[in-house]
Design a protein around this ligand. Structure first.
Ligand code: HEC
Ligand code: HEC
Length: 439
């Protein structure tokens, strides 16, 4: 027991504080790397611990075990679920009196039944599959707070202190909730993971042996069926760059802002670019603790989407639209009327020389609708459809990537029927409308 505690303590100092001088200073007064009862016992070699007053005990525990958490360079166990917004440090003040009084005042310490204190419950929250290292940190934090609270509630002097500080997170609950890791992952899946099917041929380890041979292991930035691992890797490899979000390779490579072995896959302002930016900008703001109020949080998109292997092609596209972004929105005939919202979309540059435009479709649906659930089949039912075509002729999206194409950019619409077969080899082909609007 003693040995394991001792190991934990040194592990704690090493891991959490990175052996910073500050944490050593705290333990200088007593012998470092021993737990409090040992220290107290040594200070009073003749008498037993009974001779030591409670206040001394609580203070020693506070200085030896709570302050190192406060001064640690590394984050606490809270960060296993919270990307930012909360940390155990937020609940500690360098002064024991101030820490105790404010935690009691905030209802986080229960002076009657110390072991039921809310702060201990906070610390004890564990994910279903905790990381071993963080779980050890969590255990240490819990032991430290429990030992200190047990000692502190017996000290009449501490109990008499009035709260002057208000400890705890500096941001409102909405910001804390937005920064929860499983929410962040859900946003990654919505905005990035649903699109990587487009990149899989060259970036997924089950398909890209040729690219790996030519360019090295780093081209395998997708982890098969594991969005969380993919996100972690992207951040570590700078594919998502939280210091310089716009330098993220996820944006600069496929948009050809830098050379890309796969050529141009997206353009600034198209739907994929918008989604990538929505995630990257938000992620960088979270990591850098940029949000301070609920109204600064980005709104979720009203629409969800999913890339499919259904291909759609337009022929006879006027050559003058060469290299302009064409967006095709599909509406489905519902027996009496067209669907209220688009059911699929695709946007890509026109290939003027070939007078054509083609792309794989992304299914779209209002968030939380039945249709959103059905999208997972990655199929479109056969039947009658209407496609509305928009072309960005003024470079509107380049100027403001958040802009949307609308009535002003509408160049025509076509009604047609398709069974929507899957695969590059069996595209649905439609002729560009030769009405006066398109010349
Ligand atoms: C196992 C995951 C997990 C761990 C670890 C965790 N929390 Fe949380 N935390 C949550 C959940 C779930 C919520 C509720 C958020 C929501 O409603 O969206 C939350 C919310 C909060 C809130 C906001 C208040 C509220 O009720 O919404 C605070 C403050 C907070 N946690 C503090 C902490 C602190 C401090 C730690 C570390 C000692 C910590 N949490 C560790 C999962 C966790
Ligand atoms: C036809 C193959 C191909 C496709 C499809 C493709 N890429 Fe690439 N990509 C490459 C090759 C080859 C490299 C390595 C050479 C280089 O860095 O440009 C690369 C490199 C990258 C890198 C740099 C990886 C690193 O860590 O160095 C990123 C990021 C990237 N691509 C993003 C994308 C995205 C996003 C998509 C999908 C929208 C995509 N690529 C689609 C071929 C492709």
């Amino acid at each position: 027991m003693r040995i394991s505690k001792l190991l934990f303590t040194s592990f704690y100092l090493l891991t959490i504080s990175g052996c910073q001088p500050s944490s050593q200073k705290v333990s200088e007064s007593a012998e470092p790397q021993k737990n409090s009862s040992e220290v107290v016992a040594e200070a009073e070699p003749v008498d037993s611990t009974a001779a030591v007053s409670n206040s001394e005990t609580a203070l020693v525990v506070f200085e030896k075990r709570i302050l190192p958490i406060f001064q640690a360079a590394k984050p606490s166990s809270c960060t296993e679920c919270h990307l930012s917004g909360v940390d155990l440090k937020d609940y500690i003040h360098p002064s024991q009196e101030k820490t105790f009084a404010s935690l009691v005042n905030a209802g986080l310490i229960d002076v009657k039944t110390p072991d039921s204190s809310k702060i201990l419950k906070f610390i004890n929250r564990r994910p279903d599959q905790p990381t071993i290292i963080i779980d050890k940190i969590r255990q240490l934090e819990h032991e430290a707070f429990q030992a200190w609270i047990r000692a502190a509630v017996k000290d009449p002097k501490l109990l008499a202190v009035k709260a002057t500080e208000s400890l705890g997170p500096q941001v409102p609950d909405e910001v804390i909730r937005h920064a929860r890791k499983n929410r962040v992952l859900a946003s990654f899946i919505d905005n990035v993971w649903t699109e990587v099917g487009r990149c899989a041929a060259c970036h997924s380890p089950d398909k890209n042996q040729k690219q790996v041979k030519e360019h090295g292991e780093q081209v395998s930035w997708i982890t098969l069926r594991d969005p969380a691992a993919t996100l972690t890797h992207m951040v570590e490899a700078g594919i998502i760059n939280t210091d310089e979000p716009l330098e993220s390779l996820l944006l600069t490579k496929p948009s050809l802002q830098v050379e890309h072995g796969g050529g141009q896959k997206i353009v600034v302002g198209d739907r994929t670019y918008k989604q990538f930016r929505r995630f990257i900008d938000d992620y960088a703001s979270l990591v850098n603790a940029k949000y301070t109020a609920a109204d600064e949080l980005p709104a979720e998109s009203d629409e969800v989407s999913l890339v499919t292997e259904i291909w759609f092609k337009l022929t006879d596209v006027p050559a003058k639209f060469d290299k302009m972004l064409l967006q095709a929105d599909l509406y489905r005939w519902e027996g009496e009327k067209w669907s209220a919202s688009r059911v699929a979309t695709a946007d890509r540059l026109v290939f003027g020389k070939g007078k054509l435009w083609q792309h794989s479709l992304s299914l779209t649906a209002p968030r939380d609708s039945t249709l959103a659930g059905e999208m997972k089949s990655k199929r479109l039912p056969g039947g009658k459809y209407l496609v509305k075509l928009y072309i960005d002729q003024t470079g509107k999206l380049q100027k403001d990537f958040r802009a949307e194409l609308g009535e002003e950019e509408l160049v025509g619409q076509i009604e047609f029927e398709s069974q929507w077969p899957v695969g590059y080899g069996s595209m649905t082909v439609v002729k560009y409308p030769d009405s006066s609007t398109s010349e």
